[in-house]
Design a protein around this ligand. Sequence first.
Ligand code: SF4
Length: 244
Amino acid sequence: MTGTKSNDPLVPLQPFFDELKQHLAKTTAENLKANRTPKQLRAVADATFDAFTSTISGIEKLSPPEKPFDCKKGCAHCCHQTVLTDGATALRITTYVRENFSPADRMLLDMRLIAYEEKVEKMTRSQRSLSRIPCPLLVDNVCSVHPVRPLICRAFNSYDAESCKKQIHGGGSTTEIPSWNIPWLLGIALDNGLKEALVESGYSEGDVELGLALKAALDHPHAEERWLAGDKLLARAAWSARKP
Ligand code: SF4
């Protein structure tokens, strides 16, 4: 997913978002260094999601979006873009799938992940960015991991679903979609804070493609422990591993 643009005035909240990012990066790195356990890793991802939700909720009360969003359950144009996230979030989603999916749903997900990998594995970064392949976590146009979806998915919003359809499926740019840009700017800030903390803690794959990271992690029964111990099992999902 890429950035959105809106008619909102220049956001005076950016310095506050930058401070939040610094705070998140510092506390996350400290927490991970002190306690490299799967439980801590989940807590780190959850704390980032909570920071996003509570901050947006506070801002919304003081300065709401200029009009209602056109986003609703069953509308999934935005889920046809490349989702880049971080290792902690990808592993948080992996755990959610293991704990919440029925055996039948898990089997269907595994099949979608295999098909997804076959489609995208040889693409360059630019080919992948332009392809409109649905996220393998999308089921009947609904996110199957909604409570733990990545920050980038939480931040995306639109005042006009027709514009999403036109821009995303028509090969246009998502910057043309009218939207409330505050969640987007906050999402980027917190996402960067989490990624900085992970790099500082020794997890350096950077941006990972969600579908490929999930496939790699679900292939290993103890993915979180292995990743925390330094196993580069998400390296093949790294965005930087693709040719430009
Ligand atoms: S993780 Fe969920 S919200 Fe994000 S692109 Fe996939 S299906 Fe859509």
